[in-house]
Design a protein around this ligand. Structure first.
Ligand SMILES: *Cc1c(COP(=O)(O)O)cnc(C)c1O
Length: 379
C-alpha cells in the first residue's frame, strides 16, 4: 500500500495544478500581494456560495472567531457558552478577550453541543453562544436559534470544520452551515474542507452594520486609512491564498461529496460491529466529514493505534484533552460535569479521510481495522 496519510494534499493539488499554478503566477506578476483583486473576488464568490450578504476574509480561523467576539462589544467577565469538546481555538479566543467561557456537554451521537445543556447554562451574563459544527456535522441549529432568540443572545457559528455542509429546517428550507448565526466563522487551514496553501480564514454575516464593524476591526480599527476608531487587529487573507481558494471553492461541492463517499464506505464496512460505533449523521444536516471519527467500545484505543501503525495506517485522536481540562483553561472549568465529553475523550479515533482516497486504500484500512478489533476485543 502506498504511503497513507490522514489528508493527501499532494494528490489533490496534482489534479488542479495547471489552474493553481497559473493563478499563483498571476499574483506574482501583479505583485498585489496584499488586498489584491482576488481577495475581493473570493469574498464575493464565497458570499454567493454560502448565501450570505457579507464575507470578510481574514488571516486564519482563530482570528475570525476573535474578531467576531470583538465586534459584539462584550465586557470582561461576560459569559460565552461553548462546547468543551472542540479544537482549542474556539475557547482560547474567549479567554484571550477576558470573557468567561462556559462549557456545555455534547451529545454522544452527534459530537455537537447539547441544546438542553445550553438552556441550563444561560444566565443574565450570557452574551454569546458559539456552536461548533464538529467533524463536519451541523449543530441542531433550529433548536439553538429558537433558544437564543428567546434570550436575545447572538450566535457565532464556528464553521471551520463544516464549510460546504447544509442544514435543513423543519419547514424544508435548506441553508449552508455558517449562514444561520449572527456571525459565521471559518478557517482555510490547508487540511480543512476548503483549504488554502497556508493560513486563511473568513467571517460571514448578513448584517450590514456588523459587516462594517468586522471589516474595521480586522483592519486596525480604521475605515479611513490612518484614522483609527477602535482597537482592532491586523488580520488579512493573502492575495495568493485568495487566488488559490477561488479555484478550490469551485471544487468544494465535489470535495464534500468525495468525503461523504469515503464515510459511506467506512460506515458500510464497520456497520453492526459490536465494538465499533460509526458516526451518526443527524437527519437535519448534510454532514461533510471533515473527520471520520469512530468510537471504540471495549477495545484499547492505544493498542488499536499501534496495530494500525504497524500496517502504516495513520489515525488521530481529535481531541485527546477537552478544553475544560487544558491547563490554559482550568480556571474556567465550572462545577458542571461534562460526562459525555469526558467519555468521548477516551474512545474517539479518526481515520484517514480526504478527497483522493481509492477503494483499494479503503479496503486495506477497513480490513486491518476490523482484524485489529477482532484481536483486541478478547485482549
Ligand atoms: C481549525 C479550527 C479553528 C481555527 O482555525 P485556524 O485557521 O487554524 O486558526 C477553529 N475552530 C475549529 C473547530 C477548527 O477546527
Amino acid at each position: 500500500m502506498q504511503h497513507l496519510q490522514m489528508v493527501d494534499l499532494k494528490r489533490q493539488y496534482q489534479k488542479i495544478k495547471p489552474e493553481i499554478d497559473a493563478a499563483i503566477h498571476n499574483v506574482l506578476e501583479s505583485t498585489a500581494f496584499i488586498n489584491g483583486p482576488d481577495v475581493q473576488h473570493f469574498g464575493k464568490e464565497l458570499a454567493t456560495y454560502l448565501g450570505v450578504k457579507h464575507v470578510i476574509p481574514c488571516a486564519n480561523g482563530t482570528d475570525a472567531l476573535q474578531i467576531a467576539l470583538m465586534a459584539l462589544g462584550l465586557q470582561p467577565g461576560d459569559e460565552v457558552i461553548t462546547p468543551s469538546f472542540t479544537y482549542i481555538a474556539t475557547v482560547e479566543v474567549v479567554a484571550l478577550l477576558r470573557l468567561k467561557p462556559v462549557f456545555v456537554d455534547v451529545d454522544a451521537d452527534t459530537f455537537t453541543m447539547n441544546i438542553d445543556a445550553v438552556r441550563k447554562a444561560i444566565t443574565s451574563k450570557t452574551k454569546a453562544i458559539i456552536p461548533v459544527h464538529l467533524y463536519g456535522q451541523c449543530v441542531d441549529m433550529e433548536s439553538l436559534l429558537a433558544l437564543a432568540k428567546e434570550h436575545h443572545i447572538p450566535i457565532i457559528e464556528d464553521n471551520a470544520q463544516a464549510i460546504g455542509g447544509t442544514y435543513t429546517f423543519s419547514n424544508g428550507t435548506t441553508v449552508k452551515t455558517g449562514s444561520m448565526g449572527l456571525i459565521g466563522c471559518t478557517s482555510f487551514f490547508p487540511s480543512k474542507n476548503l483549504g488554502g496553501y497556508g493560513d486563511g480564514g473568513a467571517i460571514f454575516t448578513n448584517d450590514d452594520a456588523l459587516a462594517d464593524q468586522l471589516r474595521m476591526i480586522a483592519n486596525h480599527g480604521q475605515k479611513v486609512r490612518y484614522y483609527h476608531e477602535v482597537v482592532g487587529c491586523n488580520s488579512r487573507l493573502d492575495t495568493i491564498q485568495a487566488a488559490i481558494l477561488r479555484i478550490k471553492l469551485r471544487h468544494l461541492d465535489e470535495y464534500c461529496a468525495a468525503r461523504s463517499a469515503v464515510a459511506d464506505y467506512y460506515d458500510n464496512a464497520f456497520k453492526n460491529h459490536p465494538h465499533i460505533i460509526t458516526p451518526y449523521r443527524a437527519p437535519y444536516n448534510y454532514h461533510v466529514f471533515h473527520q471520520y471519527t469512530l468510537q471504540l467500545k471495549g477495545i484499547s484505543r492505544d493498542a488499536m493505534q499501534q496495530k494500525l501503525a504497524a500496517h502504516h495506517i495513520p489515525s488521530m485522536i481529535y481531541y485527546p484533552v477537552p478544553s475544560h481540562k487544558q491547563n490554559m483553561l482550568k480556571a474556567f472549568a465550572g462545577s458542571e460535569q461534562l460526562p459525555v465529553t469526558d467519555m468521548l475523550q477516551d474512545v474517539v479515533i479518526s481515520l484517514p479521510i480526504h478527497t483522493e482516497m481509492t477503494e483499494d486504500e479503503l479496503a486495506y484500512i477497513t480490513t486491518h481495522f476490523i482484524d485489529a478489533a477482532e484481536e483486541l476485543k478478547n485482549a
